[in-house]
Design a binder for this molecule. Structure first.
Ligand code: HEM
Length: 524
């Protein structure tokens, strides 16, 4: 009798917990504390029930929609499609704004609207702040010690806090001057082209890269500098090789690691080269400038020696942390900003009246003087244009993949621990439910009563993993575009050549295909 009562009670307890779990126990209003509490059964119930629930949660809710997947390959064919952000956005038309894709034994959940992305990244930030553990990710990130690829941990949080603090100090002390100097230098480079037909992409990369190298090492370079070219080529190679399906396949199918893979060998070689180049820079910096202070590297090195800030958070910055921070800032801060400047010129070639409006606005508000970042509230059309470019071409279109660090839910769907979350920022920025005429370039939508939603604009992601360089990038975009459009009128290379292709090429960064342009000085 006693045994059967115990069995019934146990059975009811199990059923009750299944119901609670499967119904998502108020998923949509779940706070971060609730989310933490949702893990309670794993710690307060007996071991055999924990085991039962772990088994139950090892696969996502079966009701999460998604395209059919092949045995073994899963949806690998979808994931290797040309221009993945556009393909994922098209899948959302069929399966809805949240769906799943499989890759080997890994489940990915794709989020295609800003509401869903905000729910995961901001509202439930502590549930989704992880990064996927991956074999190749470890190789490119110094064993997970970079900010961008490091997993969410006490060590990572302390590391990010230190860098964030150092960046904030740089931003308030010297960033404006550093960007202004580069913007003037860029204007001079364009003037020197004397209205010849040119591809400006390399000049934009040099300008953006110089902002970061000045912040980190107090050094800037000319386009012809061999040192800069070596570093840029190597970092770009790593980003593009790492984005290649030949490399991602190694993460999902470990057996492939046993086979020869020339792409992987190239990646290893470039990572070694990168480490040698950055290592040399840091060593040179330690010998020379370190005493002067004022740069990010000197802040980090100070933290190593006298870890006031870091010690409070119980972590010591190792040499690998300092090294990987430099890599993070150079990779995160160069191609993104440069790509955005390239997109800006490409779009205004398609709608030349936009550049004239930006120019007229500056003349009307500032006269002949160059803008300061503090002028931005008085230049609404320029800001609207920048927002519209960020909306149409978020340069990190799929952000960086997140990982669920515990069981949670999104839009009422149960999301098990370790699921990979892909925020499709490109899709969110083209969501027809939010944006009228989402594919057309209309800066006016971001003017007063234009209907554009700043809340739905999320080019920098959000929450614990919000782009670390957001403040730097915003000031750069404002000052670089303001200077360029104040000083030049951009004209198509010739009447015969087609205007730049606006579809772009998507890898980790969404870039415009190479094109040429004429920069005509406004001073004549
Ligand atoms: C227009 C320019 C930029 C855009 C649109 C952009 C966008 C993004 C996005 C979407 C992420 C991923 C957020 C996530 O995982 O949810 C990110 C991460 C990051 N960005 Fe940026 N970024 C830009 C410029 C910069 C600059 C200038 C820097 C450095 C100064 C930078 C450094 C980083 C770093 C270090 C991360 C990793 C943050 C983390 O994992 O905690 N970015 N960025």
């Amino acid at each position: 009798m006693f045994v059967s009562v115990v069995s019934v009670v146990l059975l009811l307890a199990i059923l009750w917990m299944i119901a609670v779990r499967l119904c998502g126990h108020k998923p949509d209003t779940q706070s971060q504390e609730d989310a933490k509490a949702s893990n309670k059964p794993e710690t307060t119930f007996p071991k055999f029930l924990q085991f039962f629930f772990k088994r139950l949660h090892s696969s996502p809710s079966p009701s999460l929609p998604g395209p059919p997947s092949f045995p073994f390959l899963g949806n690998m064919l979808d994931l290797t499609r040309d221009h993945l952000p556009i393909h994922l956005t098209a899948l959302a038309q069929r399966y809805g704004n949240i769906y799943r894709l499989k890759c080997g034994s890994t489940t990915m959940v794709i989020l295609n609207s800003s509401e869903l992305i905000r729910e995961a990244l901001i509202k439930k930030w502590s549930d989704f702040a992880g990064r996927p553990h991956s074999y190749t990710g470890d190789i490119v990130s110094g064993g997970g010690r970079s900010i961008s690829l490091g997993d969410y941990s006490e060590e990572w949080k302390a590391h990010r806090r230190v860098i964030h603090g150092a960046l904030q100090r740089c931003t308030s002390d010297s960033l404006h001057t550093v960007i202004e100097r580069q913007a003037r230098r860029l204007s001079q480079v364009l003037r020197d082209y004397k209205e010849t037909t040119v591809d400006l992409s390399e000049d934009f990369t040099v300008a953006a890269s110089n902002v970061i190298t000045t912040l980190t090492f107090g050094k800037s370079y000319d386009k012809s500098s061999e040192e800069l070219q070596k570093l840029q080529t190597c970092l770009n190679e790593i980003v593009s090789l790492w984005g290649s399906p030949w490399i991602s396949a190694l993460d999902s199918f470990p057996l492939l690691r046993k086979l020869p893979n020339p792409t992987f060998s190239r990646l290893l070689k470039e990572v070694d080269r990168r480490d040698e180049l950055i290592g040399k820079h840091i060593e040179e910096f330690k010998k020379s400038d370190c005493e002067e202070g004022g740069t990010l590297t000197s802040s980090l090195l100070q933290c190593q020696e006298t870890p006031q800030g870091a010690a409070k958070q119980q972590m010591t910055l190792t040499d690998t942390h300092v090294h990987m921070t430099t890599v993070d800032l150079l990779i995160g801060g160069t191609e993104t900003t440069a790509a955005l400047l390239n997109w800006t010129v490409a779009f205004i070639l398609h709608r030349p009246e936009v550049q004239n409006k930006v120019y007229e606005e500056q003349r009307a508000v500032l006269g002949v003087r160059y803008p300061q970042y503090s002028d931005r509230h008085r230049l609404p059309y320029l800001c609207a244009m920048i927002n519209e470019i960020l909306r149409l071409r978020p340069v990190a279109p799929l952000a960086v993949p997140h990982r669920a660090v515990r069981n949670s839910s999104i839009a009422g769907y149960f999301i098990p621990k370790n699921t990979i979350i892909i925020p499709n920022l490109f899709g969110a920025h083209h969501d027809p439910e939010v944006w009228k005429d989402p594919y057309s370039f209309r800066p006016e939508r971001f003017l007063k009563d234009g209907g554009g939603s700043i809340r739905a604009l999320i080019p920098f992601g959000g929450g614990a993993r919000l782009c670390l360089g957001e403040a730097v990038a915003k000031m750069e975009m404002f000052l670089f575009t303001a200077y360029l459009l104040r000083d030049f009128q951009f004209l198509p290379a010739s009447k015969e050549e087609p205007l730049p292709d606006l579809r772009g090429v998507a890898s980790v960064v969404l870039k415009v295909k190479p094109y040429t342009v004429i920069a005509r000085s406004r001073e004549q």
